[in-house]
Design a protein around this ligand. Structure first.
Ligand code: CTP
Length: 363
């Protein structure tokens, strides 16, 4: 059997980028042989194994064929007779379809190295269309490598357009979509991800609420969020802000994690009130900050202020007053009240009163 390094590890080494995980492909071996050598299968009926010590993924060379809609409608054929070239042919992009043997020799039947040099994201073959998730993957790679000058090849964009128009993206699960979206939003040029999805018509399929509102201004906000290395909830909340549609259905449809959804909703509901923080009464401030769950999740207020600052294109007027009020609330100590014998509802009321006074005293 022969073992080759494949995919992202080969691509990123040629780009001079750090390589974190290495994927390997094994040619000329059976599942039984792999197990006999101590490799652990990752699933009962998928020809991928983990190395007993390094934990790297070793996949048997395979071909894939689509026989139905969606991800479940896939059959693969792994056998010792499948060649390296056949395995590389089923992959998405030419830059991801290169392998390296144990001597460091490159095997590049689909001209991935040329496309790396020319900074082009190009599909390997029409079989690209067999997995519609690849529309999102290509957009994600475009977001990752835009700063190096990469763009999507015109025929690949055309194929992505056809795939989007066919309605195939609807068959993708929310989990697979969100995984791509969340990774792409954390790339260095996340706005390029949305640009590419828009250019091929996928945005209208995936986030139809956003598609008519996507433009240079929103792109700039997202680009600045990335330049500031803001966390995912800030990027997500900025992306969805001010669409004229509630954010909750979008978040539920994509099964967006709680923190991303919470921040998008806080921005939708309380941006206007927060802006007027300096003129709010202590009671209103306490109530607002309780919506932020500021005592248990102080980082949420900071994320909110980061998003609000980005959307304002400058300092957020209410920021200092909100921080000051939050600090005052956080400083209220329950212990003296407990020592005085307060408990249950009475303790809650006394604490609330103490927080109101503390916030009032900071004016
Ligand atoms: N691949 C593919 N089509 C997919 C998913 C993966 O063709 N829908 C292939 C590509 O050859 C890819 C390899 O499987 O290079 C490994 O996939 P993955 O680990 O998801 O991506 P990487 O290319 O390693 O990129 P990343 O740096 O994002 O992990």
């Amino acid at each position: 059997m022969q073992i080759y390094k494949v995919g992202g590890a080969v691509r990123d080494r040629l780009l001079g980028l750090p390589v974190t995980d290495i994927d390997w492909v094994v040619v000329g071996a059976s599942a039984e042989q792999m197990q006999a050598l101590g490799y652990r299968p990752v699933g009962a009926d998928f020809p991928v194994f983990l190395h007993p010590r390094s934990g790297d993924e070793y996949a048997l060379a395979r071909t894939e064929r689509k026989n139905g809609r969606g991800y479940a409608g896939f059959t693969f054929h792994a056998s010792p007779s499948v060649t390296l070239e056949e395995d590389l042919a089923r992959r998405d992009l030419t830059i991801n379809a290169m392998a390296e043997d144990e001597h460091g020799q490159l095997i590049d039947p689909y001209n991935g190295q040329r496309d790396l040099q020319q900074r082009v994201l190009r599909h390997v073959a029409p079989a690209f269309a067999e997995d519609p998730l690849r529309v999102l993957r290509v957009a994600r790679f475009a977001a990752r490598y835009a700063s190096l000058g990469f763009t999507v090849a015109a025929p690949t964009l055309e194929l992505m357009r056809q795939l989007s128009a066919s309605g195939e993206l609807q068959a993708l699960t929310a989990e697979r979509c969100w995984k791509e979206i969340s990774r792409a939003l954390m790339e260095t040029s996340p706005q390029v991800f949305i640009d590419v999805l828009q250019a091929c018509g996928a945005l209208a399929q995936l986030i139809p609420e956003l598609a008519p509102h996507w433009g240079p201004e929103r792109a700039q906000v997202l680009a600045r969020a990335a330049a500031e290395r803001q966390p995912l909830p800030v990027r997500w909340a900025c992306l969805l802000h001010g669409l004229g549609n509630p954010v909750q259905p979008v978040c539920e449809r994509l099964k967006v994690p709680r923190e991303c959804q919470a921040l998008a909703q806080l921005l939708e509901r309380y941006l206007g009130t927060a802006q007027r923080a300096a003129s709010l009464a202590p009671g209103e401030l306490v109530e607002l900050l309780q919506h932020f769950d500021v005592l248990r999740r102080p980082q949420r207020l900071e994320a909110f202020l980061a998003a609000a600052t980005l959307l304002q294109h400058g300092p957020f007027p209410g920021a200092e007053r909100l921080r000051q009020a939050a600090r005052a609330m956080q400083a209220v100590d329950a212990q003296p009240l407990i020592a005085q014998g307060f408990k249950g509802q009475a303790l809650g009321d006394a604490l609330q009163q103490a927080r109101l006074q503390a916030v009032g005293a900071t004016r």
